[in-house]
Ligand binder design. Structure first.
Ligand code: UDP
Length: 249
């Protein structure tokens, strides 16, 4: 049962949840607000209690994005800036870990960059073992390589751990024909194909991540995590947000 009196009947056994850095801070701010983090942790707890295996890839854009930082800095070389972005995701991962554990959710933080003092290294088989034991695995430091984003990391990890779906938690209700903040008449798609997303250049995940999910037929659901109970609804197969699939139905 979810906090809203809604019964959770998971249609997925193993899920990859992508949380962007913006979910860690207040609107138009940067850094970390634990109040914002709490919006998501209680929702995570209810789906884990319903037996769903959950791996989370967290972003770092609330602290630093490599591409932007390299552009404004004359002295930082681009690869260094991207490594700084990856380290930002570790900071978010640590915050998320303590926030989840404070409400009784067992977690493991795994990093794609070796950092034994603060996180386990990402080891696929160990990750799967944690998931099977009901621990939430927070996957930080993206892919461990510069010049890509945590969207790509989410797509790659989903394939690697055999997740049935990538859930992309956002602040909007799904994928729109145009930016709904700029055009109030923009249409929200409830289902759309990978091909249409790529052809129309719609903002779902970056193109590399989209291509990877398409190639390996991993559906993506884009939804608004700020509506409490939405993670449980998506996991129960309710048609909220936008589903991106091979056939778009
Ligand atoms: N990053 C990287 N390699 C990866 C994942 C991330 O170099 O595999 C860097 C990149 O500079 C990126 C930053 O880490 O801008 C933070 O991640 P991202 O921008 O994806 O965070 P989000 O937009 O989800 O908050």
């Amino acid at each position: 049962m979810s906090g809203n009196g809604f019964t959770i009947n998971p249609v997925y056994k193993r899920v990859l949840l992508k949380i962007s850095g913006e979910s860690f801070c207040r609107e138009s701010e940067s850094g970390i607000s634990m109040t914002e983090v709490t919006t998501i942790t209680h929702q995570i707890r209810e789906v884990v209690m319903a037996g769903v295996q959950l791996a989370i890839v967290c972003g770092g854009g609330n602290i630093l994005r490599g591409k932007q930082f390299a552009e404004i800095s004359e002295t930082i070389v681009p690869s260094t800036a991207h490594y700084m972005g990856m380290l930002a995701t570790i900071i978010n991962g640590l915050a998320l870990q303590d926030a989840l554990e404070s409400i009784g959710v067992p977690t493991r933080l795994q990093s794609a960059i070796r950092m034994e003092g603060v996180a386990e290294p990402f080891i696929r088989r160990r990750c799967l073992r944690h998931l099977e034991k009901g621990r939430v695995v927070i996957l930080a430091a993206g892919t461990g390589s510069p010049f890509v984003t945590t969207d790509t990391a989410a797509a790659l990890r989903a394939r690697e751990i055999d997740a049935e779906v990538v859930l992309k938690a956002t602040k909007v209700d799904g994928v729109y024909s145009e930016d709904p903040m700029k055009n109030p008449h923009a249409i929200r798609y409830s289902d759309i194909s990978f091909r249409n997303v790529l052809e129309q250049n719609l903002q779902v995940m970056d193109a590399q991540a989209m291509h990877h999910c398409m190639e390996h037929k991993i559906p993506i659901v884009v939804f608004n995590y700020r509506k409490i109970g939405n993670i449980a609804r998506v996991i129960s197969g309710e048609r909220i947000g936008t589903r991106v699939t091979m056939d778009g139905h």
